[in-house]
Design a protein around this ligand. Structure first.
Ligand code: P61
Length: 463
């Protein structure tokens, strides 16, 4: 990768959206009114929004031009065929089932394959994927390698699945107990960490040996391909498109939230390599939940933006700048001594809140406390991926069950902020680091039964 200061963004800005920093007293008031949960803040009250990279990309002039060519016919829209052609070209997949977003594609996939009391192994399922598995009273199995859960480990492919454990599961469970495998690339939950091509190839061989389908959660597949090119010498001279082709050749299909690497604000799809029977089955479910096969819950213009975005998302200059910006933020924080997940991932910097705020036990929601502090300090919105999002109150014992990691994600939207915005994030950490012992923990005053992080309310604990 070239040094960040040897090149500039490979685009110029044509349209701007004003953002404003509210004064500190107002921010203090707003976060209190939001019950110390950043999901309850209004977007207009935020200065730099690092909540998510999902659906927050800036589209290109080419994508906007494509929007004007939206063919809104109920059946047979030309934009569907453009999307299908992009899938065939980039992924090498024959069949595409558009959906309104990624989780809808997961819904169709799980309806087709998953039933009560089954297990679905993967490296680390995203929470919507887990949700769809659990909805069917089946069990998600996260078999990421041990290194993948150590924030300080510098393993280059921390998204890899543990092949021994996968084989063990495949050997000990018939198809009726374990119907498919899903690999998420990059792996969101542990820091946007990539899956190695060798690992995917080996998982694919196991899938074939034991006769189970393998699917890729392709939300951030292009970022994964970029890491393969950077970190595996065998791929140094290959193009991102060639790497993507090889990666998808190892699976039988994929789900994709287009809101990430397809650089659009809404949309998703399920795709199959060549199994027509699966495709026809998927279309039956798609019609009930999403819409006719050539629009699947999206406007024709949205399909066009995805088709064009898929190409842009695999351009090398774009990826170098995108991953380079996330890496820039991560390395500046490391220089400050902020403990983050390393190597820096693809879509954001993940701060280890237990290490950054060692005076707060996990029961005091340290990652949530840090998200609150970033807003109070600088109007920055980040997101907690720790005790609130992934922990829960055990209904039998009434005790809190904590996840292995307690992270704050600084998620960088694509083509939206400049490095100067990143510098302000670093400055905020610098200010907070100087007085971090004074940061107070939180306690929950209200929580929903599932996905509690979206609506939970907190109060500040006494020191
Ligand atoms: C995110 F807190 N991700 O990272 P959909 N697979 C993968 C994803 O990262 C993903 C989806 C599938 C989001 C949005 C988000 O509880 C939450 O298009 C690897 O959002 O349906 C989404 O794709 C689902 C954040 C979603 C959350 C659910 O910010």
């Amino acid at each position: 990768m070239r040094a960040r200061d040897s090149y500039a963004e490979p685009y110029r800005i044509k349209m701007v959206e004003p953002i404003r920093l509210k004064d500190r007293a107002t921010r203090e008031e707003l976060i209190k009114e939001a019950h110390y949960n950043i999901f309850n803040l209004k977007a207009e009250d935020i200065y730099i929004d690092l909540l998510t990279d999902s659906g927050t990309s800036a589209m290109s002039a080419n994508q906007w031009a494509g929007m004007m060519l939206g063919d809104e016919s109920y059946a047979g829209s030309r934009n569907f065929f453009n999307l299908q052609a992009a899938l065939q070209d980039i992924f090498g997949y024959q069949y595409v089932v558009p959906t309104h977003q990624g989780r809808a594609a997961e819904n169709i996939l799980m309806s087709m394959f998953v039933d009560k009391n089954q297990k679905v192994p993967g490296n680390m399922h995203f929470d919507t994927t887990e949700g769809h598995i659990r909805l069917r009273e089946a069990q998600p199995l996260n078999l990421v390698i041990d290194e993948g859960l150590k924030s300080g480990s510098d393993h280059l492919f921390k998204g890899n699945i543990d092949l021994d454990r996968l084989e063990d599961e495949l050997q000990n469970n018939p198809v009726s107990k374990l119907p498919l495998i899903i690999i998420t690339a990059t792996c969101n939950n542990n820091g946007g960490q990539p899956v190695a091509m060798d690992n995917l190839r080996a998982a694919s061989e196991l899938a074939r040996k034991y006769n189970r389908p393998l699917f890729i959660d392709a939300a951030r597949y292009a970022e994964n391909c970029y890491f393969v090119k950077q970190r595996d010498p065998a791929y140094r001279d290959k193009s991102i498109r060639d790497i993507a082709r090889e990666m998808f050749s190892y699976a039988d299909g994929c789900t994709m939230s287009s809101k990430k690497d397809a650089l659009v604000n809404i949309g998703g799809f399920l795709a199959f390599k060549n199994n027509e029977e699966w495709y026809e089955k998927a279309v039956q479910i798609q019609i009930c939940y999403e819409g006719f096969r050539t629009y699947g819950g999206l406007a024709g213009r949205d399909l066009e933006a995805i088709a064009r975005g898929l190409y842009e998302g695999t351009e090398e200059e774009y990826l170098e700048d995108r991953i380079g910006q996330v890496s820039y933020l991560g390395h500046r924080l490391l220089d400050l001594g902020v403990p983050i997940v390393t190597p820096v991932g693809g879509h954001g910097v993940f701060v280890d809140a237990l290490k950054f705020l060692p005076h707060l036990p996990q029961s005091y929601f340290p990652a949530q406390s840090l998200t609150v502090e970033l807003y109070r300090e600088a109007g920055i919105r980040s997101v907690e991926l720790g005790a609130c999002a992934f922990g829960y109150t055990d209904p039998e014992t009434g005790r809190e069950v904590f996840p292995a990691q307690e992270l704050v994600r600084l998620t960088v939207p694509r083509r939206v902020y400049t490095d100067r915005h990143m510098d302000l994030v670093v400055k905020a950490f610098e200010a907070i680091a100087g007085r971090k012992e004074n940061i107070r923990g939180l306690e929950i005053t209200y929580q929903a039964e599932i996905l509690r992080h979206f609506t939970a309310r907190f109060r500040l604990r006494e020191q």
